[in-house]
Design a protein around this ligand. Structure first.
Ligand code: ARG
Length: 267
């Protein structure tokens, strides 16, 4: 009996402790990141110059201008940057599951994505171009010319949806990794790829057999944004503060030039 009573008492104490801490302000997302000492960021590092793998001092490293932005946010928080690389189509689900604090991946928002996660202010305008083999550079001039062409795009992207829209469902091939799409294009198994403009310009510059083509693909979104968990206003506000500072200092232009150089582009 005594034992039960003391157990009950202990349970009450735990309950009142919980009730007491519940009265305090909610655990702060920023404090949690600082306590962990790291900002965990999800990305899909197959998208030069946004994010990609390169060798630095003989070591495989993830770089890119998105990564430089993530690093600036981590530096501002005074914590380490921890990058988690995975396939693009799993990123937002993993963010919602709490696997990372934010996602930066040349990503833009749409209504569907906004239902699952929250987005920061845009940090750069977005645009899509198509990538073709040199011999097809004059073949596609308008959106109408794309109809029936064998188009490739990355699964789970808005760019994929555009490829379906303009090439047609039957003619669109989706692959998880951008490097696999590039190989299929070079092998002549695909006529063209739909990708974000910076990636198209990078591949056109570093691969002798590939060219960038602008067919004026309409882009209805606001620009590239960072994604955070639904309702994480505190982190989102913090991120927007850092983005505003970077914009004021024109820092992002510098990150882009550096990333292009790392990707093998000359300018
Ligand atoms: N901008 C496109 C989207 O938001 C594609 C982004 C792909 N990013 C990447 N890191 N592979 O759907």
């Amino acid at each position: 009996m005594k034992k039960i009573l003391s157990l009950l008492l202990a349970a009450c104490m735990i309950f009142s402790l919980a009730a007491c801490s519940g009265g305090d302000k909610k655990a702060s997302a920023i404090d949690e990141i600082k306590a962990k000492g790291q900002l965990t960021v999800g990305t899909s590092a197959d998208y030069p110059p946004y994010e990609f793998h390169t060798e630095i001092d003989g070591k495989d490293t993830i770089v890119g201008f998105d990564i430089a932005i993530a690093q600036a946010i981590a530096d501002d928080l005074g914590v380490k940057l921890n990058i988690v690389d995975m396939s693009f189509d799993n990123l937002l689900m993993s963010l919602s599951n709490g696997e990372f604090d934010m996602v930066i991946a040349g990503i833009t928002s749409n209504e569907e994505r906004k239902k699952a996660v929250d987005f920061s202010d845009p940090y750069l305008v977005s645009k899509s171009l198509i990538l073709v083999k040199n011999e097809n550079a004059d073949k596609y001039k308008t959106l109408d010319d794309l109809k029936g062409a064998k188009g490739g795009a990355q699964t789970g992207t808005i760019t994929y949806d555009r490829c379906v829209l303009y090439c047609g469902e039957e003619s669109t091939v989706g692959l998880a990794k951008v490097q696999d799409l590039i190989m299929e294009l070079q092998a002549g198994k695909l006529d063209l790829l739909f990708l974000d403009y910076m990636t198209v310009l990078t591949y056109a510059a570093v691969k002798d057999d590939l060219s960038a083509v602008d067919v004026n693909i309409p882009s209805e979104n606001e620009g590239y944004q960072i994604a955070v968990q639904k309702g994480n206003d505190e982190l989102n506000t913090y991120i927007n503060g850092v983005l505003a500072k970077l914009a004021e200092e024109n820092a992002i232009e510098g990150y882009i030039v550096e990333a292009q150089q790392l990707a093998g582009m000359d300018e």
